[in-house]
Design a protein around this ligand. Structure first.
Ligand code: BTN
Length: 288
């Protein structure tokens, strides 16, 4: 898998292991991100949803001179965590990395998948860098380890006149989970500490993820950026080559995932016919 050999930035030293007082975590993050576009960086004990907060701030800041800029917001616990398709997002307090970033990409809405892919890829590579855990990407944006969900990504954008005004991308990563988790997650979710065999430093993970994202964004903005990002996502994909079930309104289809197209759609070979899917839920079928 690609190790982002073109990363223009040297990695800063890894901060001391968590738990660290909130104020020290914020100081470490701000110092480690000082040379990135993220001038606003915060870590709070609890909030409803970090995605909601960054979006609301944008609406409020739009009226203020200077407005809201690129930002990172992390919390130890969400009381109303939002998942994809209107679902809620569970976290055991202090056990997850719950982080949103706010970006201002000058793109059409059809290009937004590149930014969610960039965050997923950066977070997957951060897991290896910080915890030594090899993570795959389940299409479109989940992080998977051993066929279980480690993290999910939710993008919410504001679009005006056919262009993206602002984008908030949130990631919820299971990091240091207790042994007791809700029954519905026990068979489908995994946490980094369970795979790494010990507690994982959330500050180091956050720092590596955001620095990785910054590097991905710089590559994306350069020549051939989208195709190169896409190719690296294909290489890290846990979905390509797998038998998958695609859930559709009129019933499921089963086939083999064969490509991720330039527009982000998953291409599935169904009985010899290659069909693209934009936003369907898919399930990896167990290998025989
Ligand atoms: C999914 O359903 O797979 C996506 C989950 C995204 C959860 C993250 S946690 C940080 C950010 N704030 C939210 O309310 N949701 C996202």
């Amino acid at each position: 898998m690609d190790s982002r050999s073109e990363d223009p930035q040297a990695r800063p030293p890894t901060p001391a292991a968590s738990p660290m007082p909130l104020v020290e975590r914020v100081t470490a993050l701000r110092a480690g991100l000082a040379d990135t576009r993220f001038a606003q960086v915060d870590w709070v004990a609890e909030t409803g949803s970090t995605n909601r907060d960054l979006l609301e701030e944008l609406r409020a800041g739009a009226a203020v001179s200077g407005g809201a800029g690129p930002a990172v917001l992390i919390t130890d616990h969400q009381t109303a965590g939002r998942g994809t398709k209107g679902r809620s997002w569970f976290d055991p307090p202090g056990g997850s990395l719950l982080m949103s970033v706010r970006l201002f990409p000058d793109v059409a809405p059809g290009q937004l998948h590149l930014f969610t892919m960039a965050l997923s890829l950066a977070a997957a590579e951060a897991c290896f860098e910080v915890a030594g855990v090899d993570v795959g990407l389940k299409w479109p944006n989940d992080l998977f380890v051993a066929d279980r969900k480690l993290a999910g990504v939710l993008a919410e954008s504001s679009v005006r006149g056919g262009r993206v005004e602002a984008l908030v991308i949130g990631i919820g990563m299971n990091v240091n989970w207790p042994t007791e988790v809700p029954a519905e997650l026990a068979d489908t979710a995994v946490a980094l500490n369970q795979v790494a065999g010990g507690e994982v430093d959330r500050v180091a993970l956050a720092l590596a993820s955001v620095r990785g994202l910054e590097a991905e964004l710089r590559l994306l903005e350069g020549p051939g950026g989208p195709e190169r990002l896409l190719e690296r996502c294909r290489q890290r994909s846990a979905t390509l080559g797998r038998r998958v079930r695609v859930e559709l309104a009129d019933g499921p289809l089963v086939g083999t995932a064969v490509d991720i197209a330039a527009d982000g759609q998953l291409v599935v070979d169904i009985n010899g016919e290659r069909r693209p899917f934009a936003a369907a839920d898919i399930t990896h079928l167990r290998l025989a």
